[in-house]
Design a protein around this ligand. Structure first.
Ligand code: GLU
Length: 460
């Protein structure tokens, strides 16, 4: 099996495109086949080197590798022209100098029929492929089944403009033929192009590839996927702190389901079990909440060392100051902090927000302070300060702190929550943190007590 991923470099790699790339990759790598990359850059105005680099970068981040160097469609224009010449010589294509007006007039007379032009000389003429008047062009799609197109309803296809440059559908078919693509897996929005491409294959006398058109992605509201539904590009997913393996897992499930409705599937399992024939026909729903949940599971299950490296890289890309602070900390302290946040954060971008207070002065959430550090809160902090002061350095562990604070709440008849909230605010600055007992342990006796002390005297 030899597949291709053929992005147009007119914008970032979107989630739909990433899923197409993934499905191609799973088909190729799951069967020992190859995946080649073709950059469809013939629209010179809208294509750019920067966008190509961005797309390749997104694929690398997703760890979807390809075989050989990426092929530029624009660089193959001589090949397209050579194929056009051949078809002209064989009489399978012809020059048609009809103006748009003349085509319109033709259509008015021949209602509904596919346009047939009249052969003229080359000057200022577009080149059209002759389409048979009878018969049917059948797309035998692995997902959609047979989709039939009556030839008499299909236009003689324009394959080159008057300036000689090849048109899109022609270039795609010639490239797929010459790149020996065995299977085309792409978005359903291309289904209407397929009969045209099949006609080109027929004219070239080359066996066409097999096709699989995958349904488009929609948002949870049923509308076509767009920015409104959250992160739209792979780059944004990366910036939001998703892990590539979780993204692969989630994207694989969008339209394809394993037999037993499993949701967490490692890439190895996906490679073993993915089958394009089992992709459904209805549009799939991209739900960022579900992706977050899956990502959280991967975050929780990753090895601490890998987790640490991932966070460090994430901070390096988005928050240099935090990256430096994190890197400068004692390695044991770093690991201890990560261990208590690992089952809390669903994406990497949440991690630092949750643990920054373990690495430096907390950022104070004024609203939380006002809410919690009222008179009772101050009293709670004062009690806590004296209760925890009684613990020695070596006893300052979550296992010892928890019973002390529970006993304190009982003795003072304070609801546990009303005791813990002020402490949380005092040591972390706000109301959201990893487990409080563990946080105190990681923070250590000295800093914990000094923050409690400071909070007591600086309550709003
Ligand atoms: N370049 C097209 C796109 O980005 C894909 C063409 C194809 O897969 O045949 O939508």
């Amino acid at each position: 099996m030899r597949v291709r991923f053929a992005p147009s470099p007119t914008g970032a790699l979107h989630i739909g495109g990433a899923r197409t790339a993934l499905y191609n990759w799973l088909c190729a790598r799951g069967s020992g086949g190859a995946m080649v990359l073709r950059i469809e850059d013939t629209d010179r105005e809208r294509s750019s080197e920067a966008t190509i680099a961005q797309i390749l970068d997104a694929l690398r981040w997703l760890e979807l590798d390809w075989d050989g160097d990426p092929v530029s469609q624009f660089a193959r224009r001589d090949r397209h022209q050579a194929a056009i010449e051949r078809l002209l010589e064989q009489g399978k294509a012809y020059y048609d100098s009809a103006t748009a007006e003349q085509v319109k007039a033709w259509r008015a007379v021949n209602r509904g029929a596919g346009y047939r032009g009249r052969e003229t000389t080359a000057d200022g003429a577009a080149i059209r492929l002759r389409v048979p008047d009878s018969g049917t062009t059948v797309v035998d799609d692995r997902i959609r089944g047979e989709v039939r197109f009556e030839n008499r309803l299909l236009d003689d296809l324009v394959i080159a403009r008057a300036d000689g440059t090849a048109l899109y559908n022609f270039a795609v078919a010639v490239d797929d033929a010459e790149m020996e693509v065995s299977d085309v897996v792409r978005g359903e929005d291309h289904l209407s192009n397929t009969p045209k491409q099949l006609l080109v294959f027929a004219a070239l006398g080359i066996e066409p590839p097999r096709y699989a058109h995958i349904p488009l992605l929609h948002g949870p509201d049923g509308k076509k996927l767009s920015k409104r539904h959250g992160a739209a590009s792979v780059q944004e997913l990366r910036r939001s702190g998703y892990l590539p393996e979780a993204v692969r897992n989630y994207l694989a499930l969008l339209g394809w389901g394993a037999d037993d409705d499993e949701t967490l599937l490692s890439t190895d399992e996906l490679l073993r079990r993915f089958s394009i024939d089992r992709v459904g026909r209805s549009s799939a729903i991209f739900d960022e909440k579900k992706l977050r949940w899956i990502n959280g599971r991967y975050m929780r299950e990753s090895e601490l060392a890998a987790y640490e490296a991932r966070l460090a890289a994430h901070l390096e890309e988005g928050d240099r100051a935090a990256a430096a602070t994190f890197a400068a900390a004692d390695p044991a302290h770093r690991r201890a902090a990560l261990a208590i946040v690992q089952d809390k954060a669903q994406v990497l971008s949440e991690v630092w927000k949750l643990i920054a207070f373990l690495f430096g002065e907390p950022v104070r959430d004024d609203a939380a302070w006002k809410k919690v550090m009222v008179a009772d809160g101050e009293v709670a902090v004062a009690h806590t300060l004296s209760a925890l002061s009684a613990l020695g350095e070596s006893d300052f562990t979550a296992a010892r702190i928890e019973p002390v604070l529970r006993a304190l709440a009982e003795r003072e008849q304070i609801k546990l929550k009303n005791l813990l909230q002020p402490i949380r605010v005092a040591v972390s600055g706000g109301l959201v943190s990893p487990g409080l007992f563990e946080s105190l342990e990681v923070l250590g006796r000295e800093i914990s007590l000094s923050r409690l002390d400071a909070a007591r005297s600086s309550a709003p």
